[in-house]
Design a protein around this ligand. Structure first.
Ligand code: DGL
Length: 268
């Protein structure tokens, strides 16, 4: 059976946290990942700017053979996915703010949301928030400096803890016991986030749910290249994705995070 090529992009290396979850479900497919790290971060950029980048990246991914595209960036999903869907004939899968699972899981009645300033201002998040606010309290904060930490590969240590604490403290002070990670860079900081938050606080990474959604869309579109349910075929599972790594800037940070999640992979 022919493998489908899945295109994935982010403002930087954060989208690899989404690729990691997709690859667990679809190890036989091929991948092309675009890190827009020369233009990172997106969090404080205008919608028009992000849409222009999203168009350029989509053209690049299509030139590299992508047949379906995952916008592995909450900020770009919020700013550009409607425009992309009305411009291109391929399917686009976006990120969802995990407000619903957080709201369903809280015991204190307070949830936290960490995301970029762009995502927190976007209509996608505001609509999700409007649905659940009232029954519970929603405290949100931009993860100031988080994207920088991940792009530099500084995922743990006293300085990372200090940076994380500044944005996390207001959510913890408000009593949040479940915190949704609304930026794909943030799951790489989970060890530090958990250390700073202490026990009793749960973090939700929406990437596994996005990966499951991708499988169901690919199934509907007839794009699943192996087992019809996307199930891994025993004995034939590659250790790392068959992936082309592209970036607008220095490839070093991209390779660093890629090797962190796939230490056995050979990539240049
Ligand atoms: N990883 C991105 C997101 O999910 C973008 C972070 C940024 O570039 O500001 O929002």
């Amino acid at each position: 059976m022919k493998a489908t090529k899945i295109g994935i992009f982010d403002s930087g290396e954060g989208g690899l946290s989404v690729l990691r979850e997709i690859f667990k479900l679809l190890p036989q497919e091929k991948y092309v990942y675009y890190s827009d790290n020369a233009f990172c971060p997106y969090g404080d950029k205008s919608i028009a700017y992000i849409q222009e980048r999203a168009r350029f990246i989509t053209d690049t991914l299509l030139d590299h053979g992508a047949e379906i595209i995952v916008v592995a960036c909450n900020t770009a999903t919020s700013a550009a996915i409607s425009m992309l869907r009305s411009t291109y004939p391929v399917k686009f899968i976006g990120m969802e703010p995990a407000v619903k699972p957080a709201a369903l899981g809280t015991k204190t009645g307070v949830i936290g949301v960490l995301a970029t300033a762009g995502t927190l201002k976007g209509s996608k998040y505001l609509i999700a928030k409007g649905k659940y606010e009232g029954g519970i309290r929603i405290e949100e904060h931009a993860g100031d400096g988080f994207v920088d930490l991940v792009e530099r590969g500084e995922l743990t240590g006293p300085h990372a803890e200090e940076v994380v604490k500044r944005s996390l403290a207001p959510l913890l002070d408000a009593g949040a016991d479940v915190i949704a990670l609304g930026c794909t860079h943030y799951p790489f900081l989970l060890d530090t986030l958990r250390k700073v938050a202490g026990p009793g606080v749960r973090f939700i990474d929406p990437a596994p749910a996005v990966a499951r959604h991708l499988v169901s869309v690919m199934e509907e579109e007839g794009l699943l290249g192996h087992d019809s349910k996307g199930a891994p075929i025993q004995g034939q599972i590659p250790e790392a994705p068959d992936i082309e790594l592209l970036s607008s800037g220095d490839k070093g940070p991209l390779l660093r995070i890629f090797r962190l999640i796939y230490p056995q992979a050979e990539q240049s």
